[in-house]
Structure formats: C-alpha cells, structure tokens
Design a protein around this ligand. Sequence first.
Ligand SMILES: Nc1ncnc2c1ncn2[C@@H]1O[C@H](COP(=O)(O)OP(=O)(O)OP(=O)(O)O)[C@@H](O)[C@H]1O
Length: 445
Amino acid sequence: MNKNSALIVDDEPDILELLNITLTRMNFNCVLAASLREAEQALAAHQFDICLTDMRMPDGSGIDLVKLIQSNHPDLPVAVITAHGNVDIAIESMKAGAFDFLSKPIDIERLRALVKTATKSGAPEAALDNELLVGTTDVMRKLKQQIHKLARSQAPILITGESGCGKELIARSIHAQGPRCDGPFIAINCGAIPRELMESEFFGHKKGSFTGANADKIGLFQAAEGGTLFLDEVADLPLDMQVKLLRAIQEKAIRPVGTQAEQKTNIRILSATHKNLQNEIVAGNFRQDLYYRINVIHLHAPALRERMDDLEALTSAILNKLAATYDSEKITLTPDAIKHLKRYPFPGNVRELENTLERAFTLCEGNTIRGDDLQLAPMQVETSATQSEELNGQALDKKLEEIEMSYITKALEETRWNRTEAAKKLGISFRSLRYRLKKLGLDTD
Ligand SMILES: Nc1ncnc2c1ncn2[C@@H]1O[C@H](COP(=O)(O)OP(=O)(O)OP(=O)(O)O)[C@@H](O)[C@H]1O
C-alpha cells in the first residue's frame, strides 16, 4: 500500500515531534519544516496529501502558508494549529482556505480524526456534477464550483437565500461531495422545535432528567456524529439556545441534559436562513458571536427569477420525477404553458414551481399540461419582482391550501362524501381529488 505523505510545519520541537509520531503511526511519511522557508522548499520538492502548520513561525504566519498553498497547491488540505481559545485566528485561517484547525494542547484523538477526514476522498468524480442541483446558468455554475471546492473543508457555512430556492439541497450537495459523505446528514428546522424541548433535541438527555424523560435519548448532535448537521432557519433559534449552540461549536463538545460529562463531537455544521441575519443582530434577535462562528464561509442561493434560463431544465427534471412517482407516461408542457411559467416571478422559488407542476399534472387532461392547468392567476403573473420579494413562499402555499381545503370539504359535505360526485362538482378528475385529499390529510382510505 502506498504511504500517504504529510508536511508538518512548526518551530516548537515538542509539537513537531508529537505530530510526527502520531502521523507516522497512521502510516504517513512525514516531512518536517521549522519555518515558512523550509515549508516552501518541501512543497516545491514533494507531493503531499496533507499539511499541518503552526500559526507562529520565525519568518511568517501559518495563514501566509495557507494562502501560499491555496494559490500554488489548491488541492492540498492544510490545517492550522492555534493557541487555545484563539477563535479569531482559527476563523481567519479557514476563511483563507484552511480546511480545519486544531487548538493547543493537541488532543490526539481529534488530530487523528482531522487527518482521516482530510485525506479521505469525497464522492467519486462522477457524482460531482451532482444531479441534485439542476441549473447551468452562470450563477448556478459558479455556485456548483464553490460547493465542490468547499466540500472538503470543515469550515461552517451559512447558506442564505429566499424560501424554496434550494438551500437545503445545497447543504446536501456539500455533504455528498465531501469526506463525510458516508456519515449521516441530519437536517433540522430550528423554528419547528418546541422551545422547552430544544436543548434535549439538540444534545440528548438522560432518563429522569425532566418530567417525561422516560428513557435516555440521543440528540441531533450525536445523531450527526461523523457527518453533517444542517441547521435550517437558524435565525429562529431562541437566544438562550444560541448561547448553548455557540458553546457546542466552540468546544466541539456537548453535554446531554441531566449529565455532567462532556461528549466530544465530530460534525460539520451547515446553517441556512432566509432572513437577513445582520438585521436580526441589530434587532437583538441573533448573537453576533454565533453569527461569526456559523458564517465562516457564506454561500448565497439565487432566487429562481434571477436564473430564469434554468426554468426549462428544472421543469423537465420535476416532470420526470412526477412521472416516476405516479408511474405515469412522460408529461409534456404546451408552448403556451411554458410561456406562462416564464412570465411568472415565482416568489416561492423552485418549491413553488414543483407545487405548481404537481397541481397542474393532477388537473391536466392526458399527460399534457396547458397554460390554464398551471392556475397562475393573472395578478400573480403580473406581480413585480419587488413585490414578490415581500411574499413568502410558505405563506402563499398555506393560503392556497386553506382555499383548497375549504372548497373540497364543502363539495364533500354536499355530496355526503361521495368522492366521484364531489370531483364532478369541483370540476376536477377523480385522480386529482384523491391526490388532493391525500395531500391535505383528508384521505380516509
Ligand atoms: N437547483 C435545484 N435543482 C433541483 N431542485 C431544486 C433546486 N433548488 C431547489 N430545488 C427543489 O426545491 C425544493 C425546495 O428546495 P429546498 O428545500 O432546498 O429550499 P430551501 O431554500 O431550503 O427552502 P426553505 O427556505 O423553505 O427551507 C426541494 O424539493 C428541492 O429539491
């Protein structure tokens, strides 16, 4: 088996020795350098699989080395070793391109985990274009490149963008392309957890630690061990929970409710929000220090109306998925339907496009969707981009659902729950009614 090779840069002989012994035991060939100059020479002479560097060297800083490696050897993962508690340096180095950091005193277990993650290859090349994210417009191409580049890094990433524009999908792609791809991807909507259960949901609890805690329970952090924890709607975390989350990220350790002992964690944190976190900080709803920690790298997901050239590709991907789900033949759109879609601003982004097409599919005759089947009200078609920014996709969906629910229940009551008759009354097919009943939770089968 070919040995991996490591470049270790430190002017402190003790640490150099510790790193050397640990990595040699992990079957690495180690090259040692005591200064930036020596590191540069080693980089010019050898190929490495990982570089570990201290921050302070006689002739420069670890960040200088990170920058140098970024520009000359962009595929070489480099991790920095920082003084205990020096968060600023750790973050600065990750922003500069370090894939992770270790703080002193060095914890051997963490060091081994870091080295393993760094040298583990991500998903195979074939998966890299990731079919997950449909889109070839410039903005999507750039986003995909960024995702590919950031997948190996362990830096926390904040993904911003409007509702339904693909933030979770981006997080999944980062996970799928990175070295943690065999580990779990745990997604959690921070706004959906009852406040009183939050700490236990995040960190787990011990049996008997509070009323209702009938058994030991693991939390999301433990469930995501070795993988990625995706905190969706992170702006909705209450302030007291923000403090606890900050601590967990900083210490890379958690304490389940009702226990004293800390548990180390090895997870990557990705977060997302459709809110402007800067504004939330000013309003006193979000902690600046937590923002700083989760936003080491920032990715922005574009709204659908900013990449309308992707609309047709997205539409056809969604229709293929629908055909597979409903075991139907290929579904097509008339040119008129395509025109309708192109004129609509999609305040609810790709999610709204999916909902629109699914609804149209259940309404359409045969397998061809016409303009009218899309039910895009003229008022909505004309909505300006500025107005649509104020609309919230989820609110719109909820409203439409309420209207749908009230019409359907009325028709069902009038026909004494005869669904064939109710469908006729509503002017929709039986198939469409059945689909809607299921979706609204009114299905009695
Ligand atoms: N580029 C894309 N290609 C294919 N499907 C996409 C794309 N972007 C979003 N989607 C689909 O749109 C839906 C919404 O995406 P996702 O849940 O990732 O959005 P989000 O921004 O996280 O939404 P929210 O802010 O409401 O949590 C999903 O079903 C997702 O698969």
